[in-house]
Each structure stands twice: as C-alpha cells, then as structure tokens.
Design a protein. Structure first.
Length: 270
C-alpha cells in the first residue's frame, strides 16, 4: 500500500554550505528569477516539460490497482507517443486475458481494439484505463494551459518542494475533469494534482514524487493515484481505491510511422 503524502520534512531548501557570499548571491538571484514568472508562464513551462514535440517517446508502464476487499491487479502496457501529431498507441502485454488489446489516439479520436472480436470501438479520453484509476488522458502530452484558465495561485511547500499552487477551471468540455489544482515545483515539474467536479467535489488526487531525467527531458518514475469517492469499508473504515503507475525503460528513439495505425494493433496478435 502506498501513501500520497511525500513524507518529507517541510524545509524549503537543504542545509547546503556555500563557499562564498558571491555563490549565495547567485543562488538567491536564480531562485528569484523562477518566481518572476507569471502563473500562465509557469503552467506553460510544466506543459512543455511533460510534452515531447521534437521526438517520439516510448516506455513500459506497469499499473498496479488496489481495490479494497479485492485482490490486487497488475496491467503492463507498452506506450508509444508522437506528440507532434497528437497521437499515441498503447498495447496491453499483461494480464494474459487482456494481452493484445490496444488503444490508438489520432487527434481527438481515441480507438480501442479488441483482438477477440477484431473490432475497433471509439472510446473517450476521460474513460478509465483498463478499469484502473488511471484515465486514458493520462497517457498523452500535457495541454493544461490550453484546456484550462487559471483562477487562483499561491505559494505552498509540499514536502521538500517549494511549489506554486494553481487553481484551474476548464475552458473545454473535452477534459476529464472540469476543475483541478496543480502543484508545480521550482524546476517546473508537476508534483501533485487534485481533480474536482464542477460543483467542487474532490474526485481524484495524483502525486508525482520522482522523475527520470534523460538529457533535458523529464518523465515521471511513478504516479500515485487515489480516488476520493471510490472504495470500500474495511473493518469499519473507508479505504480508497488506489493505483500506482510505474514508468520503466523510457526512450526517445524514433518509432516507425506504421506503429501509429490500426494495422499495427491488428498485427500484434498475428
């Protein structure tokens, strides 16, 4: 079982020692420059770090679902993205009963492929992914600055991260959640999100405690997701559904154009 709390003392900066007053001045100037950004610039920067417009991206995703009172389930999938044309392909590798199922996103259209029926059916970005707490929209590039307007912003410390907390409201009906809060640390990376209904009811919380770094690109190592309303009463206490997504083997190598097609998904099971 995992916790969404970062579990780290609330300290703004580590107790580093600087060799001179000059180094301290340079450090403070750099920190000040980060906070000179507007909230919209901070949100756009977070989008840019979570999008790979100049390259393909692929990785292996392991998704562990904990439903209280039920056995733990694990899904392993290969994810292939080409953000420049807003497309991705996902191929399910485990469990065996779902092997060969796949998803193809082309622009705003999302297809789900079932190898048993050999049929493609349209799906929605807001739908649950393989009956987990992840959503189909969690696997694509980040477009928060396009999809939401900022209605509030404040500074907040989240564990060991000094963050800008932004409150967002959707400007389109195509997003999974009409309202959300997002914590963005000084390095521009998203550390936590809270998803809300239109009425303001908390629906889901996600934490991003650590990232892979490949050159100047960042990919979450883990995403911890907790449903606010879905769960079960165990021993007299309500226990929330939780999902952990672990991202392994990330790479930015070129992927053949033919991968982003229905033909590719059909060929996986041949």
């Amino acid at each position: 079982m995992f916790k969404l709390s970062f579990g780290i003392p609330r300290r703004v900066f580590p107790r580093w020692r600087y060799p001179s007053i000059v180094c301290m001045a340079v450090f403070l100037a750099h920190a000040g420059a980060l906070y000179a950004l507007t909230d919209l610039e901070i949100l756009r920067r977070a989008d840019a770090l979570a999008s790979y417009l100049d390259t393909d991206f692929s990785a292996e995703y392991t998704i562990v679902q904990d439903k209280p009172g039920q056995s733990r389930s694990t899904t392993v999938a290969g994810v292939f993205r080409r953000d420049s044309i807003e497309t991705y392909v996902i191929v399910i590798m485990q469990p065996a009963v779902s092997r060969g199922q796949g998803y193809l996103k082309q622009g705003k259209t999302l297809w789900f492929y079932d190898p048993d029926s050999r049929r493609f059916n349209t799906s929605s970005s807001s739908d649950r992914f393989q009956n987990t707490n992840a959503r189909n929209s969690d696997f694509t590039r980040s477009t928060l600055a396009q999809d939401y307007r900022i209605i509030g912003g404040e500074d907040e410390v989240l564990g060991r991260f000094r963050c800008r907390l932004l409150t967002l409201e959707a400007v389109t009906t195509e997003v999974a959640y009409p309202r959300m809060k997002i914590w963005i640390s000084e390095d521009g990376l998203v550390r936590k999100t809270e998803d809300y209904s239109l009425s303001g009811q908390l629906l889901r919380t996600s934490a991003f405690p650590d990232y892979h770094r490949i050159n100047d690109r960042f990919i979450p190592k883990r995403v911890l997701v907790e449903e606010a309303l879905t769960g079960a009463v165990i021993d007299g206490k309500f226990v929330n559904e939780r999902t952990q997504i672990t991202i392994n083997k990330p790479t930015f190598e070129r992927i053949p154009d033919s991968t982003y097609s229905k033909t590719f998904l059909e060929s996986v099971n041949r």
